[in-house]
Design a protein around this ligand. Structure first.
Ligand code: HEB
Ligand code: HEB
Length: 448
């Protein structure tokens, strides 16, 4: 039974934990920059609505951070428990950034604490705004360090392997491996995008429910503009990631694109199905686009999956993960562009329900794209846990109690997830923005 197979169960438990953690990690990385932008513009334009936005977003973030810490700690624990042989090698080489992530987190947490408790304490509010910078730096560094670890799994370097012993360790070379630049860029950009999109969703939903006010209209404009900018950044980073794969992990790109034979001027295959002979059917083919995506040249040669030995090929279903991720990216870019366009042409945005609904879908879809992106990146590395060095099966524990752990952790995440939603809803429902605005800025509220 698969329930007793320790490799399968270890993979399932790790997947469950990461899928859950990444929701909170993404928000933890992206919301600080949105808070900072809102506060900065609020001070510059003397706009109390924007300042209130920053305050309320900060309050919400403290709740998601708490969950992020618990799930992050669960990952740390599980890494040693479930992947002891992997950690034996990786722990030696890559423990520096693993440790540094904890450091970055403390850095972020300390400044977030100061930020939270020093609103209205400075004569010049810009000093308070300055405190948001170390929060951004801390959370983005957190993503940087942890992503270097993941990059290392894809392109391991910075050590020699002599049987089972690791020698010649160079932690800096391990951290700055070939996968690091594109992965860090794409992870950070997509976290910013997703956070902006989620905040846009909230504003749009409030306006659809006609519970919206000036506060939510301003929130909508700010968050959709940010969504647009970060969607462009994410697309640029994604393009660079594909070029990285073409050079360093061709089998991941080939499996993701259903590109089986090496050829120049390779077509890009979108969606479709595979028949019994393993041929692609019902797909949209964009001539030569894969060559362009991979090398910026329509006639470049792209390595096919057939060059990789069969037992080292990633699963072919990751094709759908890639296509869905890219489609969502294009969708958020399109919707936010449409909104900005109409903003210039006509000021009927916040009353147009169709546009509001389109924006409302961007947040949840972006979060899905994050999950699809990680699944693509991780499944695309299979069967390796350390590409070319150790397979997932070799890295796993042989304990047969993982099944029980799986049940316990599922229960934990259910409680955390439900708790988080309940607390956030209570926090914001019981204290609507308009009421808080009137409390805080009675003179301004009276004139508007
Ligand atoms: Fe993590 C936490 C991010 C993965 C471990 N993270 C955390 C945080 C963040 C993050 C931001 C903080 C909290 C909040 O803010 O919310 N991560 C991240 C990302 C990723 C990750 C982006 C990718 C997916 N992690 C991870 C992994 C691991 C981890 C893989 C393992 C190793 N985390 C962690 C921990 C924690 C966290 C442990 C808690 C805190 C401390 O540091 O202690
Ligand atoms: Fe992404 C991953 C591309 C969009 C999120 N991506 C990934 C990859 C690639 C890509 C190639 C792999 C890498 C490696 O493995 O190294 N994308 C892309 C493109 C696009 C995109 C081309 C279009 C524009 N994404 C996107 C979006 C999102 C994302 C929209 C969200 C929001 N991704 C992602 C993630 C991941 C990916 C999270 C995982 C991590 C890495 O980087 O890897």
């Amino acid at each position: 039974m698969f329930f007793e197979d320790s490799v399968t169960m270890s993979r399932l438990l790790t997947t469950l934990t990461l899928v859950f953690h990444v929701i909170f990690a993404t928000v933890g990385v992206g919301i600080p920059i949105m808070i900072s932008i809102a506060e900065f513009l609020g001070i510059k334009r003397n706009d109390q609505h924007l300042q209130l936005l920053a305050r309320r977003w900060t309050r919400g973030m403290t709740v998601t951070i708490a969950v992020g810490v618990v799930t992050g700690t669960a990952i740390g624990l599980q890494l040693s428990l479930l992947w002891p042989r992997f950690m034996q090698i990786a722990g030696n080489v890559i423990s520096l950034p693993l440790f540094m992530e904890v450091f970055a987190f403390f850095f972020e947490a300390i400044f977030l604490g100061i930020y939270l408790y020093t609103w209205d304490r400075f004569k010049n509010p810009m000093y308070h705004w300055l405190l948001s910078i170390p929060v951004i730096v801390g959370s983005t560094l957190s993503a940087f360090f942890i992503t270097t670890v993941n990059s290392f799994m894809n392109t391991p370097q910075g050590f020699e392997l002599d049987g089972n012993t690791v020698t010649d360790i160079n932690p800096i070379a391990a951290m700055f491996n070939p996968a690091t630049p594109t992965k860090v860029f794409h992870v950070v950009a997509s976290s910013y995008l997703t956070s902006a999109a989620i905040l846009a969703t909230i504003a749009a939903v409030m306006l659809i429910k006609k519970k919206g006010s000036t506060y939510h209209k301003k929130a909508l404009k700010l968050t959709v503009t940010a969504t647009f900018i970060f969607a462009i950044l994410t697309a640029v980073a994604g393009d660079l990631s594909a070029k990285f794969l073409a050079e360093h992990q061709p089998e991941k790109l080939a499996a993701g694109e259903w590109h089986f034979e090496t050829e120049s001027g390779a077509d890009l295959v979108l969606f479709g199905t595979l028949n019994e002979e393993g041929e692609t059917e019902n797909a949209i083919r964009i001539p030569k686009a894969l060559s362009f995506l991979a090398y910026g040249d329509f006639n470049a040669e792209v390595e096919g999956l057939n060059e990789t030995p069969e037992e080292e090929q990633p699963p072919l279903w990751i094709h759908y993960m890639f296509d869905l991720m890219v489609s969502i990216g294009m969708y958020t870019l399109g919707v936010s562009a449409l909104f900005l366009l109409f903003w210039k042409v006509k000021k009927w945005n916040e009353e147009n329900n169709i546009l509001l609904w389109l924006i409302a879908t961007c947040g949840p879809l972006s979060m899905l794209a994050i999950e699809f992106g990680w699944i693509y990146a991780e499944e695309g590395r299979q069967p390796w846990i350390l590409r070319g060095i150790m397979t997932v099966a070799e890295g796993a524990t042989t304990s047969n109690h993982v099944g029980l752990m799986f049940i316990l952790f599922t229960a934990l995440y259910t409680v955390l997830g439900v708790g988080c939603v309940v607390v956030l809803r209570k926090m914001f429902k019981d204290h609507p923005a308009e009421a808080e605005f009137e409390d805080r800025y009675p003179e301004v509220a009276a004139t508007k």
